[in-house]
Design a protein around this ligand. Structure first.
Ligand code: NIG
Length: 431
């Protein structure tokens, strides 16, 4: 195993969990000692072996001088929908001319995805992963959800499982409950939504349960209501999957509290919240993660079925749909765990740029750079119930994002500039 010493780090953000006091007040930015100036770092094989001031650095097999640049943990993007064909530029253009976003647009992508050659679809997903990597994302979740037939959802889940097995993708989610497809409209003798929920909770879940770690539901007007959502969440839990929920994007359905009750790992979007929602999320803050036996066999060593419910905001989606920006500041102030994700998808957020999301969170959502960085790294890892990524503490996966800037604040100070200089993933330089 080769070790590499990185020197010339102007600013190193470790978010090292060992430097946090679990009994102290919530850490919303960086704790004491988690930012090191004039720093160095040692990668040993796939993991972080040492971080600290340059003057104390140990020797290593190889050495790389980063010339005063900033080093962050790689972004953890905990919410994307990369398994699709086609685009929806025309819908986006109409939206910019004043039309509102509606869930029904998903059917356009479903038709294109069903029609796509499986090899072409696989290449599209791989290309999108590469694109995310180039922007500093080193841990990536993605979903099924544009197939919506048994065969198409099973094929998408298998594709994602293959990518996880190949080490290209980190987390796979089943989103058969993205929309009730048009062939289940209950008209002219066709089956209705109840039959589709039966398909999702029965044959589809059976077909995908060994391919994915998570199940997700789009609980919203025009998609699935609260009762249908609870039925799907219960079935997914029985199938051994962890839960994630698209929540309060277009209105306040009440699913945030339901998701907290069901130990969901994350509720995502959150454009419409009241104080009770924030309190429900904050009340999950101290719920313990359950370490799994044989931690090496599962990412980060945590079970999917227990832990805090993380509030995941999706700033690029909010801008692209001209929705009110999710209240990230109020969520943090109220005591919720916060994550930032890209929500890359063709309908509401056709970007995987986590740097753009972090910039927006600082410029528009009143987060400090420390709070935004943490939400896009540690926060995302918690939303995926992983302890091995999202930080650069001892033993973490060596996922680094090197910025061509002397300090991380440049992400917001120089918005839109191409600041990603280099990316390491699992100890290997990939960009
Ligand atoms: O997270 N809201 C539901 N799902 C996606 C959008 C899907 C689409 O419009 O294609 C989202 O925004």
């Amino acid at each position: 195993m080769t070790s590499t010493l990185l020197t010339g780090i102007g600013e190193l953000w470790t978010f090292d969990p060992a430097l946090e006091d679990p009994t102290a007040a919530p850490v919303t930015g960086a704790a004491e000692g988690q930012v090191v100036r004039e720093a160095a770092l040692v990668i040993d094989g796939e993991h972080i072996a040492w971080t600290g001031p340059r003057t104390h650095a140990p020797a290593a097999d190889e050495q790389v001088d980063l010339g005063g640049r900033t080093v962050l943990p790689g972004w953890v993007d905990s919410h994307t929908h990369l398994t699709f064909a086609g685009d929806r530029a025309a819908e986006f253009q109409a939206r910019m001319a004043g039309r509102a976003y509606a869930a029904g647009g998903i059917t356009v992508t479903t038709a294109a995805t069903r029609a796509a050659d499986p090899e072409v679809l696989a290449d599209l997903v791989r290309a999108r992963i590469t694109e995310a990597r180039r922007g500093g994302t080193t841990c990536l979740e993605t979903k099924t959800g544009y197939g919506l037939t048994l065969a198409d959802e099973a094929a998408a889940a298998q594709l994602l499982a293959d990518l996880v097995a190949a080490g290209e993708l980190d987390e796979a989610t089943f989103l058969g409950a993205h929309l009730v497809p048009p062939e289940y409209d209950g008209q002219d003798g066709r089956p209705g939504a109840a039959e589709y929920v039966h398909l999702v909770t029965g044959p589809m879940l059976q077909a995908v349960r060994d391919q994915v770690r998570w199940a997700d539901v789009f609980c919203e007007q025009g998609a699935f209501d609260l009762d249908q959502t609870e039925t799907i969440l219960r079935a997914a839990t029985r199938a051994g999957l962890g839960l994630r929920v698209h929540a309060h994007q277009l209105g306040r359905s009440g699913v945030v509290a339901l998701a907290c009750d069901h130990q969901a790992a994350s509720v995502d979007h959150l454009n419409f919240l009241d104080e009770a929602d924030i309190e429900a999320l904050a009340a999950t803050r101290t719920r313990q993660l359950r370490p799994t036996p044989g931690a090496d066999a599962t990412p980060g060593g945590y079970a999917v079925d227990q832990g805090p419910t993380v509030a995941t905001v999706l700033p690029a989606c909010d801008l692209s749909t001209r929705a009110p920006l999710a209240p990230a500041r109020a969520l943090l102030d109220g005591g919720a765990h916060l994550a930032i994700a890209s929500n890359c998808n063709p309908g509401t957020s056709y970007t995987s740029s986590m740097s753009f999301c972090v910039t927006t969170a600082v410029l528009q959502q009143q987060l400090s750079i420390a709070e935004a960085l943490r939400a896009a790294t540690r926060g995302g890892a918690l939303a995926l119930r992983r302890g091995d990524v999202g930080h650069l503490g001892l033993g973490a996966r060596a996922d680094l994002h090197v910025l061509d800037a002397p300090a991380a604040i440049h992400l917001a100070y120089r918005p839109g500039m191409p600041l990603t200089h280099a990316v390491w993933r699992a100890g290997r330089r990939v960009v």
